[in-house]
Write a protein that binds this ligand. Structure first.
Ligand code: PMP
Length: 396
């Protein structure tokens, strides 16, 4: 019989499966609020002007395609480190940053390295979390648990419970934290709550792994990065995975990074040498194109300014859509307090709708969100807002 005769069919990815269902739906008024992708006021995936300019410059001076170093483009790694941690931290030399295949790649490099460092550690992710966190750390060989995060009744964060779980965790436990714009809930900790988390991580000897996939989508580039700076200032050794998929609208180019904050320059050099082994044995070295674009934009003042403006444009449009969704829901007769929608940050809103209501939204209105109640507010626009509001009002 075939080598593969006993291979079982794996369940399909819930969100990508939703996409297939959406594509197959003949309803001309259908709206896709499932995937985490920013689309503009015309419902189109944007090509940022700064990216197009960097791409044009690159194509006008074509280069031969050699291998990159294992840790990626040096100028890219440095620019990412400066963006995430600040120039002073770069000068300290105690952070090792490697180019990764998107934010997912950064997480995976960190997970594989951690597994070698502390094979018996448990990983804790937020409940709920980005659906790939559990699978990624499980596949890296860890036992993955969770800490309480979402409080459905309070429409916010179960902070006391979260903190209690961190306080109860064994030393060395890896805690995956969303640096900003929590996926899927949209609820972020306040600066005061972050201070408590940092104090607990420090006191309990936990290992923080900050997942930063939406810097610039919450309150601003610096504002959203403040949490990472706070961990740095606390003198902790920790990990940060960075994704530029959303902030540069470069989803398919797989541009990201992993940074490990070490105690000294000498320690960072040893950490870097191990991260390179992880990369070398997984995919040898990263691709050139996307990281070249990001490095060019980040290090060319005019393009950098343009990027910050375009990112602000995406952020402001999302915020406007949150406000507009509240107004349209009220106009459609919804009486409940909707302030939570504008309190949430980033691309997503936990709408509070249950699985049955989300399924009704799909089957009766062609509005596709995740069964958890997560909708992508970054996919709302003037053309679909009314239909979305009417649909939600009808299933509430
Ligand atoms: N972390 C979180 C919290 C995310 O939401 C995402 C993307 N949806 C990622 C990581 C992965 O990003 P990338 O596509 O760059 O791998």
């Amino acid at each position: 019989s075939s080598l593969f005769a006993a291979v079982e069919m794996a369940p399909r990815d819930p969100i990508l499966g939703l996409n297939e269902q959406f594509n197959a739906d003949p309803n001309p008024a259908k709206v896709n609020l499932g995937v985490g992708v920013y689309t503009d006021e015309n419902g189109k995936l944007p090509l940022l002007k700064c990216v197009a300019a960097a791409e044009k410059a690159l194509l006008e001076a074509p280069k031969a395609k050699g291998y990159l170093p294992i840790d990626g483009i040096a100028a890219y790694d440095k620019a990412v480190q400066a963006l995430v941690f600040g120039d002073e931290a770069v000068a300290s030399g105690r952070i090792a940053t490697v180019q990764g295949l998107g934010g997912t790649g950064g997480l995976k490099i960190g997970a594989d390295f951690l597994k070698r460092l502390n094979p018996g550690a448990t990983v804790l992710i937020s409940d709920p979390s980005w659906e790939n966190h559990r699978a990624l750390f499980t596949n890296a060989g860890f036992t993955v648990g969770s800490y309480p995060y979402y409080d459905a009744e309070a429409r916010g964060i179960a902070f006391d419970k979260m903190l209690a779980a961190l306080n109860a965790a064994a030393a060395g436990t890896v805690v995956v934290l969303h640096a900003c714009c929590h996926n899927p809930t949209g609820y972020d900790l306040t600066p005061a709550q972050w201070s408590e988390v940092i104090a607990t991580v420090k006191a309990r000897g936990l290992v923080a792994f900050l997942d930063s996939a939406y810097q610039g989508f919450g309150d601003g580039i610096a504002e959203d990065g403040a949490v990472i700076r706070a961990f740095l200032e606390a003198g902790l050794n920790f990990f940060v995975s960075t994704s530029f998929s959303k902030s540069f609208s470069l989803y398919g180019e797989r541009v990201g990074a992993l940074s490990a904050v070490s105690a000294s320059k000498e320690e960072a050099a040893r950490v870097l040498s191990q991260l390179k082994i992880v990369i070398r044995t997984n995919y040898s070295n990263p691709p050139t194109f996307g990281a070249t674009l990001v490095a060019t934009v980040l290090t060319t003042p005019a393009l950098r300014a343009q990027w910050e403006e375009e990112l602000a444009g995406m952020r402001v449009r999302i915020q406007a859509m949150r406000g507009a969704l509240v107004e349209r829901l009220q106009a459609a007769g919804v009486k409940q307090d909707l302030a939570f929608i504008t309190r949430q940050k980033g691309m997503f809103s936990y709408s509070g709708l249950n699985a049955a209501q989300m399924q009704r939204l799909r089957s009766e209105f062609g509005i596709y969100g995740v069964d958890s109640g997560r909708i992508c507010v970054a996919a709302l626009n003037e053309k679909n807002l009314d239909a979305v509001a009417r649909g939600i009002a009808a299933v509430l």
